[in-house]
Ligand binder design. Structure first.
Ligand code: FES
Length: 154
C-alpha cells in the first residue's frame, strides 16, 4: 500500500516534469519569432549600397539605334534596347513563361522581343503579345548619364 502511494507520487512528479518540459518548449516556440522581430528592430539592417542598386552596364556608343544587347546585372540577364527613336529601355531578359533568355528582333514590324523556346513575343515595352507567356517582361529603370547607360531594378 505504501509502495503504491510512493509510485503514485513519482508518477505525478513525472507528469509534472513532462508538463513543465512541454510548457517550456511551447514558450520558446511562441516567444522566438517575437524575439527575432525585436532583435531586427533594435539592430536594423544596413541599407544596400547604391552600387548594387544602380549599375553601369555600357556606353551609349555600344548600342546602335534599333539594336539590343544582353548584359549580366548581378546574376540576371538584362536586355537593353536602343530603339529606332533613340530611347533606351531595359528588361530582365528571362522570358516570363519558363525563363529562357529573349532576343530582340529588329527586323520585325514593329521591332519586338521573341523567345525561341516556345514562341512568346513581347512588344518594345515588354508587354506579352503572343505565345504562352502570361506576364510582361520585368522592366529595369534606365538612366543615361554622360554617355553611360545605367540600370536599376524598379
Ligand atoms: Fe519563353 Fe517558353 S520560355 S516561351
Amino acid at each position: 500500500m505504501r509502495d503504491s502511494k510512493v509510485s503514485k507520487g513519482e508518477k505525478h512528479q513525472q507528469r509534472r516534469d513532462v508538463l513543465k518540459w512541454l510548457l517550456g518548449t511551447w514558450s520558446i516556440a511562441v516567444a522566438a519569432p517575437g524575439l527575432k522581430s525585436l532583435l531586427e528592430y533594435v539592430t536594423p539592417r544596413k541599407p544596400q549600397s547604391t552600387q548594387t542598386l544602380i549599375q553601369r552596364i555600357a556606353s551609349t556608343a555600344d548600342l546602335e539605334p534599333n539594336t539590343a544587347k544582353v548584359f549580366k546585372v548581378n546574376k540576371d540577364p538584362v536586355i537593353v534596347v536602343h530603339t529606332a527613336t533613340g530611347q533606351f529601355k531595359a528588361f530582365n531578359a528571362r522570358c516570363t513563361h519558363l525563363g529562357c533568355v529573349v532576343q530582340f528582333s529588329p527586323d520585325e514590324t514593329p521591332p519586338h522581343f521573341i523567345c525561341n523556346c516556345h514562341g512568346s513575343e513581347f512588344d518594345i515595352n515588354g508587354k506579352n503579345i503572343a505565345g504562352p507567356a502570361s506576364r510582361p517582361l520585368t522592366p529595369y529603370r534606365v538612366i543615361v548619364r554622360e554617355s553611360n547607360i545605367l540600370v536599376a531594378k524598379i
